[in-house]
Design a protein around this ligand. Structure first.
Ligand code: SAH
Ligand code: DHB
Ligand code: MG
Length: 237
């Protein structure tokens, strides 16, 4: 049972399909990041007491492929945790630069260690602070031209602030950029008007994007190693 009291959605078929397909599509010889690097990041995060809430391996790969599809050079992430998704994104290419925002000092420290161990410290900058405080600083740097505009934004922090993150991100993106918001489906609660503020945060982002001419979006429901959930994916016009 989760903190909210609903039963945990797991299915042996979902896990088996992730294991089967990830195993075939990520042969040991040609995968970046390597399975060793990924396991080390997860193991160290767990040893340091971080919660097991990183994206799954297949979801990490999906994020990296999206980054490659938009030929991302500059990537913004909100919610670093132990840097697992960050490491996937940083491996989208040697020229990729990732800025990842994390409010928790311990998480940021563990992430920095994992990012160094993964060999991508030169591509990643972890910025410590709350999204609502750090994003305006980054927006200022983009406006001044000291930071390039983003081609991909991954939002995976406090779900209540999802809309303010999307709204802020649009102003720092290139036309055609991809904005991805994690955990919007929440075992199907997205379709129900509940009192959970995280569901409300997901619903606000869906409803606002539908009315916002700056973005065109879709929700992709996912199952797998990590529950029944899903991404919201939107393209900046
Ligand atoms: N993207 C990571 C998982 C992130 S978990 C991965 O898939 O590997 C969510 C993270 O967001 C946690 O580390 C949490 O500390 C952080 N967070 C929560 N509220 C935040 C805020 N207001 N600003 C920035 N980060 C926040
Ligand atoms: C939680 C947060 C996440 O970003 C996620 O992918 C799964 C769970 C959480 O806060 O419980
Ligand atoms: Mg998440």
């Amino acid at each position: 049972m989760s903190a909210q009291g609903q039963s945990y959605e797991q299915d042996a078929r979902w896990a088996a399909v992730d294991a089967y397909s990830f195993g075939h599509l990520n042969p040991a010889s040609s995968t970046t990041p390597s399975n060793e690097v990924l396991s080390a990041a997860l193991h160290n995060s767990s040893m340091q007491g971080l919660p097991d809430i990183a994206v799954s391996a297949s979801q990490g790969k999906y994020l990296q492929l999206q980054a490659r599809l938009v030929r991302a050079k500059n990537i913004l992430e909100i919610g670093t945790l132990g840097g697992y998704s960050t490491i996937w994104l940083a491996n989208a290419g040697p020229e990729v630069r990732v800025i990842s925002i994390e409010v928790d000092e311990h998480h940021a420290r563990v992430a920095q260690t994992n990012i160094e161990a993964a060999g991508v410290a030169d591509r990643v900058q972890v910025r410590l602070g709350a999204g609502v405080e750090v994003l305006p600083q980054i927006a200022g740097e983009v406006k001044q031209g000291t930071l390039g505009r983003f081609q991909l934004v991954f939002i995976d922090a406090d779900k209540e602030n999802n809309w303010s993150y999307v709204d802020a991100a649009i102003g720092m993106c290139e036309p055609g950029a991809c904005v991805i918001v994690d955990n919007v489906v929440r075992r199907g609660q997205l379709a129900r008007d509940t009192s959970d503020p995280r569901v409300a945060g997901a619903r606000r982002v869906v409803e606002n994007i539908g009315k916002d001419g700056r973005l065109d979006g879709v929700v992709v429901q996912t199952v797998g190693d990590k529950d029944y959930d899903g991404f919201l994916m939107a393209v900046v016009r």
